[in-house]
Design a protein around this ligand. Structure first.
Ligand SMILES: Nc1ncnc2c1ncn2[C@@H]1O[C@H](COP(=O)(O)OP(=O)(O)O)[C@@H](O)[C@H]1O
Ligand SMILES: [Mg+2]
Length: 460
């Protein structure tokens, strides 16, 4: 913008210089001809040539604007309004984009944050209409300059990616305006996510409720006297209430974990202890589905700074899924181990499926050099198609929903796992290939003990 203006000034200067030379030479030539032909005396000719030259010079000097050397403020004459260093310091001290519009509708002071919205580095001295490209904001600056009443205007910036709020107030000089910008993008996104979540949760709750209401109607109406059919109805109603209970308990877990996510756990527990206890509680479920639960690596103590109940919930969800999404009679393998670093633990957590595609669902916040522990849960069930992998862990996201969702679930289990692992500064990853089973892994920093034995201990 400013470069173009400088360029234009130069071009105009060259054009005038050409006019000047043509006029001077043309005039001198004409005078010489007239003097030679004798129609004009030498003195008269010289006088006329001088007058012509003076005229051409005046035209040249008077019509060319000076070239401004400071390219940053070109396109804009410096504001002539009174300079007020305190306003300037104020604008510069603000931690967010702001500027001050002088009484001549120019941007008199601005700060470096302005670049975030307008993508222009130097705006001081420019006309406000050149800089502000949002018609609503521009119109508001006019109104505030005229009436002095403060205004707030919301607008989209950076190709519609960000939502900003402009706060406009009148300044000390007549018709001057302060404009301060507030980034509302994060708030806007959070509001939308909350609205989506509420819509999803209500929808999920309404489905079983509608079914229940329907059966109650049937039992009170058409099937009132058909006691034989009631058993079937009651069975379905029981399942629906179960589903609702699961959903509500998952929702409560999720909100409880989110609430404490920024407070890291402070108790040291033994990871293998949690794992073996939780697996024991899952045995009946495995037996019901004739699935063998194979365990390995649980013979060593692995101290971690963690919350027992939350880690138990992680194991319950991952092993519960493996049991649920495996065909009857298969095996689910749960293994645990330690690694010298988080980076290596990440690999072990989803190892043992060489041909699969993997996705990290949660990057750990702990340093990748920290000593770590990992848990790996592998099944040989239906697996998960590639396009779903990265989205697992989003609330209510279910990969098999398209298949009619023949297996009951809320789609909240992995979201809970993800939040718990985030609180523990750990990671979550999945590796799978459709039809070839799935492996889910978690890893987290472990407490290094002085007397740690590097090799697995042998039970005596
Ligand atoms: N072991 C697994 N094998 C195949 N698919 C799985 C496995 N674990 C999770 N999934 C997929 O991930 C989705 C989300 O899991 P989750 O959050 O636990 O919800 P839910 O189990 O309630 O459906 C499931 O609906 C399923 O499609
Ligand atoms: Mg689940």
């Amino acid at each position: 913008m400013t470069d173009r203006e400088t360029h234009k000034t130069h071009a105009r200067r060259a054009e005038r210089a050409r006019d000047f030379i043509v006029l001077t030479l043309g005039g001198a030539g004409l005078m010489t001809l007239l003097v030679i032909s004798g129609s004009l005396g030498f003195v008269e000719g010289l006088t006329a040539a001088l007058v012509l030259f003076a005229g051409a010079l005046a035209y040249f000097v008077g019509s060319v604007p000076p070239v401004v050397s400071d390219a940053t403020s070109v396109g804009a004459k410096p504001a002539t309004g009174s300079r007020d260093p305190s306003i300037r310091s104020l604008i510069h001290a603000l931690p967010f984009p702001a500027f001050y519009i002088s009484e001549e509708s120019r941007i008199q002071y601005s700060n470096r944050h302005l670049d975030e919205i307008f993508r222009i580095k130097h705006v001081e001295g420019a006309l406000k209409s050149v800089i502000i490209r949002q018609p609503d904001v521009l119109a508001a600056t006019d109104r505030v300059a005229r009436t002095g009443a403060s205004e707030r205007v919301e607008f989209m910036a950076v190709d519609g990616e960000e939502l900003w709020l402009a706060h406009l107030t009148s300044g000390p000089a007549p018709h001057s305006v302060f404009v301060v910008f507030e980034d509302r993008t994060a708030v806007h996104r959070a509001e939308r996510a909350r609205a989506d979540f509420l819509a999803n949760a209500s929808h999920e709750l309404r489905t079983p409720l509608t079914a229940l209401a329907g059966f109650i109607e049937t039992m009170r109406g058409p099937a009132r006297d058909d006691r034989e059919s009631w058993d079937g109805f009651l069975e379905i109603m029981h399942n629906q209430t179960d589903r609702m209970r699961h959903l509500v308990s998952d929702l409560l877990s999720l909100s409880r974990i989110e609430f404490s996510e920024h407070r890291p756990p402070d108790t040291v527990i033994d990871l293998s202890d949690v794992l073996s206890h939780t697996i024991l509680a899952l045995q009946p479920l495995a037996a019901e589905r004739a699935i063998e639960l194979s365990l390995s690596g649980l013979d060593q103590k692995v101290p971690v700074t963690a919350n027992w109940d939350e880690i138990a919930q992680v194991v319950q969800n991952l092993v519960g899924n493996a049991l649920k999404y495996s065909p009857k009679g298969e095996t689910v393998s749960v293994s645990m181990g330690v690694s010298p670093s988080m980076a290596e633990a990440a690999t072990s957590a989803t190892a043992n499926q060489s041909r699969s595609i993997s996705a990290v669902l949660l990057q750990p916040r702990a340093s990748s050099e920290a000593a770590a522990a990992w848990i790996n849960v592998a099944d040989s069930g239906q697996g998960i198609a590639r396009q779903h992998l990265a989205r697992l862990g989003e609330r209510f996201y279910r990969a098999d929903e398209s298949r009619g969702g023949e297996i009951e679930g809320t789609g909240l289990g992995l979201a809970i796992v993800k939040h718990i692992m985030a609180r523990h500064r750990g990671g979550l990853a999945v590796a799978s290939r459709e039809g070839e089973g799935a492996t889910f892994g978690i890893w987290l920093p472990r407490v290094e003990t002085e007397t740690k034995t590097p090799t697995a201990s042998v039970n005596g």
